[in-house]
Design a protein around this ligand. Structure first.
Ligand code: ZN
Ligand code: ZN
Length: 243
């Protein structure tokens, strides 16, 4: 299983990551990705980029080092109403929005019920295409309810490669449950590196191992091919090539 697009990569702009867009694009090219999604944390995360970062993403060339550059964000859920930390007008200028729970952004982990509600409310925003690391044990969710709601809205749930080695200890069991439920209902799945340094770009081996063992099939993976990924994000391939 190879992916052509990694939608979840952090640059120096996140405040706690270590590579530039050029370094990331170069690594993506070496790993034979066709596109890489720059998805820095939203402004609500301590040390995160200023909102101007997201309006300035229009300055990024559409191709660098032989790969396409997609403009995204990993926005933070700020409250139980599903509010994210990027104003709508800025979110609308990006190619896609990912949303996840992170500590220190104003949202204190609640019950599985309230966390699930917040995720579902966030999906009311049509720019939201992926929920990041929903298997994080620090923010438990109601798995069947969340998977059903995401599938109904065409939003992908992420299986995050970094969750199995570097981050969010205890994710394995939750991710396995989420993947099994995604397999059962046939919902969209995003495999991501969540790279915070260029050498990790495109690395999804552990995430795919978990997803595949739980019964997810390749056709469910929204970022497997460039063409299918753009279609999933609602982007026009010809327009992307020209912009
Ligand atoms: Zn995250
Ligand atoms: Zn991330």
């Amino acid at each position: 299983m190879r992916i052509q697009v990694d939608l979840h990569v952090h640059t120096l702009a996140s405040g706690h990551a270590f590579s530039t867009v050029v370094e990331i694009a170069r690594e993506a090219n070496l790993r034979r990705l066709r596109a890489v999604g720059i998805a820095d944390h939203g402004p609500g995360l301590p040390g995160g980029p200023h909102p101007y970062h997201f309006s300035a993403m229009r300055f990024l060339p559409r191709a660098m080092e032989g790969v396409r550059i997609l403009r995204g964000v990993e926005a933070n859920l700020m409250d139980a109403k599903g509010t994210i930390d990027l104003p709508r007008e800025l979110a609308e200028r990006l190619d896609y929005v990912m949303v996840g729970f992170h500590h220190g952004c104003g949202f204190n982990p609640g019950s599985a019920r309230s966390n699930t509600r917040a995720f579902i409310k966030a999906m009311d925003n049509p720019r939201v295409k992926v929920l990041t690391h929903p298997g994080n044990p620090a923010f438990p969710v109601d798995v069947p309810e969340l998977v059903a709601a995401a599938a109904a809205r065409g939003v992908a749930l992420e299986i995050n490669n970094a969750s199995f080695s570097q981050n969010r200890a205890g994710s394995y069991a939750n991710c396995t449950r989420i993947a099994a439920e995604l397999a059962r209902v046939g919902g969209p799945v995003c495999l991501s590196s969540d790279a915070h340094v260029a050498t990790q770009v495109g690395e999804v081996k552990d995430a795919w191992a978990v997803a595949e063992a739980a019964g997810v099939i390749e056709a469910q993976v929204v970022n497997r091919t460039y063409t299918e990924c753009l279609k999933f994000l609602g982007l026009d391939e010809a327009e992307m090539a020209g912009k």
